[in-house]
Design a protein around this ligand. Structure first.
Ligand code: SF4
Length: 444
């Protein structure tokens, strides 16, 4: 959620994995958000919100036990317990400052997302207190989904019970791999015995949805090990599985080491191999009855297993973001908080909402944003865009679609533009072609 290194790098047409981030998580790209647009978000906050627009809450917990070598998030691994307490107090005060804002009015939360970092780094006591304050400040009674990201090694039984107790419905386990050597050389803090222990206990206390995150192409990954990872995941029978293809953004430890050695190719599998691994995983999951619901996700039962956060946010929901470097949006205005904990806490303690930059979207940008994000699910509904934006996307993006069709990845049906499996596996490489010219790197 708090990555900086996205959507600014040209797509990886090359075979090898080079440095740079190409995964598109939002639009317009973050480097077009600016300090001089912060007044636009304050204006949005100070006016009534649309009661029909879903409202979400994102909380950024920026602490981790160790920094993974591929990590590009804003995280701290060296904070003591009083600094963590201070941070939570700061976030609580930040929430209180929003409480009287007109844009919230009487609106009820639809979803809550605890991201990081590692939310499960917090103690049961800290979590319980934090959520008690949030519940006393926001209407929480109609929440459809509460997602909580976890690092398996932080999950004691008491912690999992506290996480269930605060109302988490979707537990997301950052497993990434099951091989202890691969976990070790990639800088992960957890080990395989912790996975099974945490998973079994989480299941036994009845979380409605458990998601498992995997990464295809960590350093040291092999065909044999990947098959084993998929098999072990199938054995756990999670409700959903999210698989990312490893990329190496510029602010990762891996990239810094590559630079020091003068290397341009990352020490991970090439793109074709990573796509093949995801393809194999998707096929194995489909054989077990799972459905592929996006370029990254398989779900056991699409009727009951939803991902409200993703679907609402990608369709323009408002989202209140709390914590250092958090991203949110209200009434079509994107915003991000201060990127470092010093300025973040400094401003909160001065009773200032700590927003650092913003971007009010034009109608055209809103359309492109939704086309890009919805395409990650593998299809675009023509009628949806006609109804919402009064635009026929087949006409508006004729050339973009023709290009993808020429490569054999897309079919345009009467109602839907549908990517085939090979198209879905490389969808992020197409997305930059939809960017408006002013957001496209020169020469692309
Ligand atoms: S656990 Fe996640 S957020 Fe923390 S360092 Fe690793 S990848 Fe980054």
């Amino acid at each position: 959620m708090t990555t900086e290194s996205v959507a600014t790098t040209p797509t990886p047409q090359q075979k090898e994995t080079k440095g740079g981030g190409y995964f598109v998580s939002n639009y317009p790209p973050f480097n077009f958000w600016s300090k001089d647009k912060v007044s636009a978000i304050h204006q949005a906050l100070d006016n009534p919100g649309d009661p029909d627009t879903p409202l979400g809450l994102y909380l950024h917990i920026p602490f981790c036990r160790k920094r993974c070598h591929f990590c590009y998030y804003k995280v701290y691994t060296d904070k003591n317990s009083s600094e963590i307490r201070n941070y939570i107090d700061g976030m609580t005060h930040e929430m209180e400052m929003y409480a009287g804002k007109k844009v919230l009015g009487d609106r009820h939360l639809q979803y809550v997302y605890f991201g990081g970092g590692t939310p499960s780094f917090l103690s049961p006591h800290q979590l319980t207190n934090l959520v008690a304050t949030l519940k006393s400040t926001l209407h929480w009674d109609r929440v459809e989904e509460v997602t909580f990201e976890c690092e398996p090694g932080t999950l004691t039984e008491a912690k999992l019970e506290a996480i269930r107790e605060i109302g988490v419905t979707r537990l997301s386990l950052g497993i990434e791999n099951y091989d202890d050597h691969i976990l070790e050389i990639n800088g992960r803090a957890h080990r395989s015995p912790e996975i099974r222990r945490a998973y079994d206990f989480a299941r036994s206390i009845g979380f409605p949805q458990i998601n498992i995150d995997l990464i295809a192409g960590m350093i040291g990954e092999t065909d044999e090990n990947w098959t084993e990872c998929v098999q072990r995941t199938l054995n756990l029978e999670p409700d959903s599985i999210t698989i990312y293809q490893m990329e190496i953004p510029f602010n990762t430890t891996i990239y810094k080491e590559m630079k020091e050695k003068g290397e341009t190719t990352a020490p991970v599998a090439d793109w074709e191999t990573k796509r093949r691994w995801v393809d194999e995983a998707f096929s194995a999951l489909e054989e077990r009855g799972y459905s592929i619901s996006s370029a990254y996700t398989a779900v056991k039962n699409p009727e009951t297993t939803r991902f409200v956060y993703r679907d609402s946010l990608w369709s323009g929901a408002d989202m209140l973001a709390l914590g250092v470097s958090s991203f949110g949006q209200f009434k079509g205005v994107h915003y991000q908080n201060e990127k470092d904990d010093g300025p973040y806490l400094g401003r909160v303690h001065k009773d200032e909402i700590p927003i650092n930059r913003a971007h009010p979207m034009t109608e055209e940008e809103k359309l492109v944003r939704e086309v890009i994000l919805h395409f990650k699910k593998g299809h675009l509904d023509r009628g949806y865009f006609q109804d919402k934006f009064n635009v026929d996307i087949y006409e508006r993006f004729k050339e973009n679609f023709a290009e993808i069709q020429k490569e054999g990845y897309l079919t345009l049906n009467e109602d839907q533009a549908v990517l085939n499996r090979q198209g879905l596996l490389r969808v992020d490489t197409f997305l930059h072609s939809f960017f408006l010219p002013e957001h496209t790197p020169v020469g692309k």
